[in-house]
Design a protein around this ligand. Structure first.
Ligand code: NAD
Length: 502
């Protein structure tokens, strides 16, 4: 289990950091930051890398340097990958479950063995702080494969009343993932699919393809049968071609609500009963009652919104504070935010790394301007203590007070380190406001009273509710949304349902 709140963790330095567990103290990254990156990458189809053909650059958002040129997948490439997955399906799905488990277990082991390299690559390609890649992302990737290796030969326990023969794979799975947790999202998709006997065509996001391609190398190393997992790189058009391919039997998507709606239409237009799961956006509330431990809650708020630069679908981006404690909470938040180190993601002391792309930085800055125009008050760290690097895409963490429910910053997903603070008087008011967005992915509740937490948690329209903590993830725990945050669950027994036909 990974704990991204830091209240219970002993500090190793007098300064505050976003903390992710005891492991954070181990060796720094920079001396090992030299990870080999090929100048060009082709797709991974039928167990081999193809020639790259037409490519696009993937850059390091912290330096704006091109890291590699990556193949731009077209309809033909997608067709080849789907054909390979279709061909591999009968053998893979009929393999003894214990054999499938061994392959998945080997992937998990190789990920552990190559963890440092994967963490550095993730940080270079995506901009997230190395301590997050190293202590959160990559360990969770390994955990996800280990967990699903365990399920491969026990599926009949997951579906009581069904014998082994009644549990069939769905077939060829098209999987499309975003850039905020690139390898972790790949693991969330691939591991359960393989455990249930499916084959896969995965498309990583265009700004972060490198760790998925490194995973392809791992699949080669562990001699996963050709065609069982294929990785196609490209942008939205490549994803659209995959979603429309008539030979995929399941489409699993994680990304924006906007694209999720397009894919829901695609699935409906196909009219062939394709299985669809959607993990989409969020605008999650973090609710703090006046009987909560305020110091602990402030740590949870900070982690909830500034972890991974706020590029988190379940980011606690709306803070609801009970009126009596608002001054204390805002003051503590201000002090704590000031202490966050923004900068080089490869520095192990960095708390807030680079924004994933120039486009995303523009979007965040637009929202900051809109919030000010709508009358909210901006609180940001003083520039002197938090100067931004001259190159790369960086943004200081900030929060707004004086936010009205109608403000766009209270309704729309910013996907950046920007927090909207509101107040409430009664639990009923907090609940009403918390549920008042089109989203329903996650929520946090902070109180000393278990009964109050339970009451609120059960009434929150959110797929995940964290109590007196935030951003805890575990492969055994299902994740997914209500309303426009999507449908279907990933992780846990519930996540297996998306990959079987009973
Ligand atoms: P995005 O929707 O722009 O892109 C996601 C993926 O879809 C990328 O691989 C992209 O190339 C592909 N894509 C884009 N247009 C497509 C189309 N028309 N057809 C098929 N594929 C297409 O999202 P993003 O900017 O990469 O990621 C951020 C979003 O992801 C946020 O909204 C965030 O909340 C969401 N997200 C959700 C979860 C979750 O579990 N609910 C997890 C992580 C991220």
């Amino acid at each position: 289990m990974s704990d991204t709140t830091s209240s219970s963790v002993k500090r190793s330095s007098p300064r505050h950091e976003l903390n992710f567990g005891e492991a954070w103290d181990y060796a720094p990254a920079p001396e090992s930051a030299k990870v080999t990156i090929e100048p060009r990458y082709g797709h991974f189809i039928n167990g081999k890398f193809t020639k790259a053909g037409k490519t696009f650059p993937t850059i390091n958002p912290a330096t704006e340097e091109t890291l590699s040129e990556v193949a731009l997948g077209n309809t033909r490439d997608v067709g080849r990958a789907v054909a390979a997955a279709k061909e591999a399906l009968p053998k893979w799905s009929r393999l003894k479950p214990t054999e499938r488990a061994k392959y998945i277990f080997r992937i998990a082991r190789r990920i552990q063995e190559r963890a440092r390299e994967l963490a550095i690559l993730e940080t270079k390609d995506g901009g997230k702080p190395i301590k997050e890649s190293r202590d959160v992302d990559i360990p969770l990737v390994a955990q996800h494969f280990f967990y699903h290796a365990g399920w491969a030969d026990k599926l009949h326990y997951a579906f009581p009343g069904h014998g082994r023969g009644d549990i069939q794979p769905v077939g060829v799975c098209g999987q499309i993932i975003p850039w905020n947790f690139p390898l972790l999202m790949a693991a969330w998709k691939i591991a359960p699919a393989l455990a249930c006997g499916n084959t896969v065509v995965l498309k990583p996001a265009e700004t972060t393809p490198l760790t998925a391609l490194r995973l392809a190398e791992i699949l080669e190393e562990i001699e996963l049968p050709p065609g069982v997992v294929n990785i196609i790189t490209g942008a939205g058009d490549t994803g659209a071609a995959l979603a429309k391919h008539p030979d995929i039997n399941k489409l699993a998507f994680t990304g924006s609500t906007e694209v999720g709606k397009i894919l829901a239409r695609t699935a409906a237009e196909r009219g062939d009963g394709i299985r669809l799961t959607l993990e989409l956006g969020g605008k999650s509330p973090n609710i703090i009652f006046d009987d909560a431990s305020i110091d602990q809650a402030v740590e949870g708020i900070i982690s909830g919104i500034y972890f991974n630069q706020g590029h988190v679908c379940c980011a606690g981006s709306r803070l609801f504070v009970q009126e009596g404690i608002v001054d204390e909470v805002v003051e503590k938040l201000r002090i704590r935010m000031q202490s966050l180190r923004v900068g080089d993601p490869l520095d192990k002391n960095t708390d807030v790394g680079a924004i994933n792309s120039g486009e995303q930085l523009t979007r965040i800055n637009d929202y900051i301007r809109i919030a000010q125009d709508e009358g909210a008050e901006l609180h940001e760290p003083q520039a002197s203590s938090n100067g931004l690097p001259s190159k790369g895409f960086f943004c200081r963490p900030c929060f707004f007070t004086g936010v009205q429910q109608s403000h766009r910053i209270a309704q729309e997903e910013v996907f950046g380190p920007v927090l909207a603070v509101q107040t409430f008087r009664t639990p009923e008011e907090a609940l009403k406001r918390a549920n008042n967005t089109p989203y329903g992915l996650a929520a946090g509740v902070w109180s000393d009273k278990g009964s109050k937490i339970f009451e609120i948690a059960t009434k929150l329209k959110a797929g995940v509710v964290w109590c007196n903590t935030y951003n805890k993830f575990d492969a055994a725990s299902p994740f997914g949304g209500f309303k426009e945050s999507g449908f279907g669950r990933e992780g846990g027994i519930q996540g297996l349902r998306g990959y079987v036909r009973l």
